[in-house]
Design a protein around this ligand. Structure first.
Ligand code: BES
Ligand code: ZN
Ligand code: ZN
Length: 502
């Protein structure tokens, strides 16, 4: 789908469907929606007055046939919810709900006003960015592995116009729409990788994706490199699989001197069987998603490379392998030596994410000495139990960094809830025979003890945040801007944080 920006009056715009909006409780539409209402001889206000169902709640859409009174065949009114609750995330959602209505109507062209730019009080650039994000996120579907697409005969929604009546704002709107497009493509790249099957997305696939991103310096470490670096923890996970492991390093450097250096690190287990501590079949069903952290890093790096105007150096690291049982797989009881010298007793081979991450965190710090380091990982089932699919867990060595990430998540439409890293959790990780064991106390603080395990490999004084995205990475409910299944969680929050968007 292509997004274009044009000036003029939405009522006169020629497209199969035009999209206007309403706040909840408004009975007499004003602005562009009012003009469209008038052109329809008051059809919208009539409907508002006569049905109790049409409330303009957020996510609701209402469709009118224009019967030739306007150049468009349909008018879609998208609800903005209550005016007092209106914010960036709601612009994105209202826009996504409208595009979903377009898909149901099977129209091939649509045009929208820029929700929030007028009465909503948002500046034209960010409102246009949010509307563009909503369009492309809402229109997303993963059907590339189906021979027969669900809607084979229907025309694709191929053109989407943002219509701004104020000519002075057109440049800002164009800029915002472009940024929104890049952000949404970053999210959808992550979704594609997480949705696709584990036989199609292997560590080599992630390597190819990283190498295919233009504008970054990409280096690939192979098994022999990991051996040379002494990454015994990472290698212990890869042992059981026939697929070779990779550590990917993508680097974005700004044209001028970087304001700061941020490292982002993703867990890329392309399939987590549990290893010899085998998961039951039902738990294995969705374990293709155990590379969602890596997908978020790849999607974010791709967007940064495309936008190209960030004044921060960003280094993206992806640790990727499979976790499989075999005659060569790690055994519960094995002791491995990590890159930083500490030894780990592996008591459960299903706690593999933390093993690949610790060597990668060590490497990221050695390579780039980052001012801030953020890792994303589908790390613990306990986090899903604590927070559900609604929020990611956040653990940190630096409260300022944590606060900034949580804040960036708000306009990004992603929730992060902080969990503690109390010193007491360190006790749970003591091993009788090695420096650490890879699991904590059964049934206790599983997410925090995993975070604490990682913290053992974070340098003293380093600003670090760990995002446990196990819940929101792959969901069972559909939201207008987030499909059921792979969500691409993390990409928007990272980009909003790094670019200071809101
Ligand atoms: N990949 C899983 C965590 C997970 C579970 C992600 C459910 C998404 C949904 C991770 O590797 C794992 O298996 N963790 C174990 C740790 C335990 C053995 C200490 C878990 O959470 O059960
Ligand atoms: Zn596991
Ligand atoms: Zn895992």
């Amino acid at each position: 789908m292509k997004i274009t920006v044009t000036g003029g009056d939405i009522a006169q715009h020629k497209a199969d469907a035009i999209i206007v909006n309403l706040f909840e409780g408004v009975k007499k539409p004003g602005g562009a929606t009012g003009a469209v209402d008038q052109a329809l001889d008051g059809a919208i206000s009539d409907e508002l007055a006569s049905t109790a169902a049409f409330k303009s709640k957020l996510g609701e859409t209402w469709i009118f046939n224009t019967y030739g009174k306007l150049p468009a065949r349909y008018v879609i009114v998208t609800g903005l919810g209550k005016q007092e609750d209106f914010d960036s995330a709601k612009i994105r959602r209202a826009s996504a709900a409208a595009v979903r209505a377009c898909l149901r109507l099977k129209v091939s062209s649509a045009a929208s006003i820029i929700h929030g730019a007028g009465i909503g009080g948002h500046d034209a650039e960010s409102a246009a960015r949010l509307v563009a994000e909503g369009m492309l996120l809402g229109a997303y579907k993963f059907d590339k592995r189906k021979q027969k697409k669900n809607d084979d005969k229907a025309p694709e929604l191929s053109t989407f116009a943002l219509v701004e009546h104020d000519a002075k704002k057109l440049d800002k709107v164009k800029q915002g729409a472009k940024t929104g497009e890049v952000i949404a493509h970053g999210v959808n790249t992550a979704r594609d990788l997480v949705f696709d099957s584990p036989n199609n997305v292997t560590p080599a696939t992630l390597r190819d994706v990283a190498q295919g991103i233009k504008g970054l310096t990409v280096s690939v470490l192979e098994r022999k490199d990991l051996e040379k670096l002494g990454m015994g923890a990472f290698l212990s996970v890869a042992r059981g699989s026939d697929e070779p492991p990779y550590l990917l390093h993508m680097s974005y450097k700004p044209p001028k001197k970087a304001r700061k250096k941020v490292a982002i690190v993703g867990k890329g287990i392309t399939f987590d069987s549990g290893g010899l501590s085998l998961k039951p079949p039902q738990s294995q069903e969705t374990m293709k998603m155990d590379m969602a952290g890596a997908a978020a890093v790849l999607g974010t790096m791709k967007a940064i490379a495309e936008l190209g105007d960030l004044d921060i150096q960003v280094d993206g690291f992806v640790a990727t392998c499979e976790n499989m049982p075999s005659g060569r797989a790690s055994r519960p009881g094995d002791i491995v030596k990590t890159m930083n010298g500490k030894t780990v007793e592996i008591l459960n081979t299903d706690a593999e994410g933390r093993l690949i991450l610790i060597d990668t965190l060590t490497y990221a710090q050695k390579e780039t000495d980052p001012d801030e380091m953020i890792d994303l990982a589908t790390l613990t089932g306990a986090c899903v139990i604590a927070l559900g699919e609604v929020a990611s867990g956040l653990m940190t060595s630096d409260q300022g960094l944590a606060d900034r990430i949580i804040k960036a998540g708000e306009p990004a439409g992603e929730k992060f809830w902080q969990l503690p890293l109390y010193e007491e959790y360190q006790e749970m990780l003591k091993s009788d025979v090695a420096d650490l064991k890879n699991i904590g106390a059964k049934g206790q603080a599983g997410t925090s003890s995993a975070g604490m395990f990682l913290k053992n490999f974070v340098d003293e004084g380093r600003k670090w945040a760990h995002l446990d995205i196990a819940g929101p990475a792959y969901t069972s409910t559909d939201q207008p801007e987030v499909p059921k299944g792979a969500t691409g969680v993390g990409v928007r929050t990272l980009l909003y944080y790094l670019y200071g968007l809101n």
